[in-house]
Design a protein around this ligand. Structure first.
Ligand SMILES: Nc1nc2c(ncn2[C@@H]2O[C@H](COP(=O)(O)OP(=O)(O)O)[C@@H](O)[C@H]2O)c(=O)[nH]1
Ligand SMILES: [Mg+2]
Length: 339
């Protein structure tokens, strides 16, 4: 019994959710059941009602707004508890085509990947503003460098995750789960694939990409956080090394003057050099500490993975409302051979 759950994180999407749900496939080759899970992130409009009327299978509703990354994570968790073997994430604004779901899950069904990203070929998307194209290309580039993957469209929200990948991924940043999950997949050696897909023309202006300034600010902050999170040693060692080198150069300059007997007028150099040295060494120590904390995080993530597995076997069912079809089992039967 293979189950596919398509999750749709929504915030105030009453205008387009029905159209999105209608375009999703009712059956997909390789799966016995295809279900939909709408995550309503504390919308102030009729999103939940639309989900009910338009025939979503499950609704997970946050009483307050918590942001896309939290909605995405909660969706994965609920889908796992609902017994999904594969989870597809798509946008509520009908940006992605329901028919592409079949292609998206293909690499997972074929056992070639655990995570698949739908590639919109963003550099060719005419309806993306040039600034958006440029920023997304830059983001994707950084992500490729950091993750060691070849994902061309790292900001695409159209993705498929195997059960195993969904259990292993953790989202730490608030702003973008898209970049972070690709980096994690790379770092955790979760095999990742990408398939070309077609994006529908924009139905409405992007929410995530509101003003260019805000988007850049958030993206930059996120990339710095991601760098510091996943490559602390590289970041801080590099920065500290530069400071120490600069300090060294200044101090050597002082020593040269001093040895030539002109030391008196150059005490400022000595002070500057000492300050650079101190700040540089401190930065390096921060890197070492961050690296140690990172090791701890790996251990915690491994524990979390095992706890999740236990929770799936012995814990309570998901906190979702069933809108259509048979009620889900309160407790899932023990699933073998998943690890
Ligand atoms: N849960 C949640 N979903 C959001 C939020 N902001 C955007 N979304 C959803 O994320 C998806 C993509 O948003 P969109 O504005 O189309 O951004 P785009 O990727 O730049 O087109 C849509 O399904 C939105 O409903 C949010 O704050 N919370
Ligand atoms: Mg959109």
């Amino acid at each position: 019994m293979a189950k596919l759950i398509i999750q749709i994180p929504c915030f105030n999407e009453e205008g387009h959710l029905a159209e999105t749900l209608a375009s999703l496939p009712r059956s997909v080759v390789g799966f016995d059941t295809v279900e939909t899970l709408v995550i309503d992130d504390g919308s102030e409009d009729g999103t939940s009602e639309v989900a009910r009327v338009a025939g979503a299978t499950y609704l997970l509703r946050f009483p307050v707004h918590r942001g896309l990354a939290r909605a995405f994570e909660a969706g994965l968790d609920a889908a796992l508890k609902l017994g999904a073997d594969v989870i597809v994430n798509t946008d509520a604004d009908n940006q992605y085509r329901g028919e592409d779901v079949v292609r998206l899950v293909q690499p997972i069904l074929a056992g070639q990947a655990e995570m698949v990203v739908g590639d919109r070929a963003p550099h060719r998307l005419a309806h993306f503003r040039p600034a958006k194209r440029l920023l997304q290309a830059a983001g994707s580039w950084v992500v490729r460098q950091l993750s060691g993957t070849t994902t061309p469209d790292a900001t695409s929200g159209f993705r498929a995750f195997s059960r195993r990948a969904a259990l292993r991924l953790n989202v730490f940043t608030k702003f973008t789960y898209t970049l972070e999950t690709v980096i994690q997949a790379g770092k955790k050696h979760i095999p990742i694939a990408h398939v070309p897909i077609t994006a529908n023309p924009d139905r409405r202006p992007s929410r995530l990409f509101g003003s260019l300034y805000v988007y850049m600010k958030h993206s930059l902050a996120t990339l710095i956080r991601i760098y510091a999170l996943y490559e602390p040693l590289k970041v801080f060692l590099g920065l500290g090394g530069l400071l120490v080198a600069a300090g060294g150069a200044v101090v050597i300059r002082f020593l040269v003057f001093y040895l030539l007997g002109h030391g008196a007028g150059h005490v400022q150099s000595l002070i500057l050099g000492a300050v650079l040295f101190i700040v540089g060494f401190q930065t390096i120590s921060i890197g070492l500490v961050a690296d140690l904390i990172g090791n701890n995080r790996s251990l915690l993530e491994d524990t979390l993975y095992r706890v999740r597995e236990l929770e799936l076997r012995f814990g309570d069912g998901p906190n979702v409302v069933r809108l259509a079809g048979e009620p889900p089992p309160q407790r899932l039967e023990v699933r073998r051979g998943q690890r």
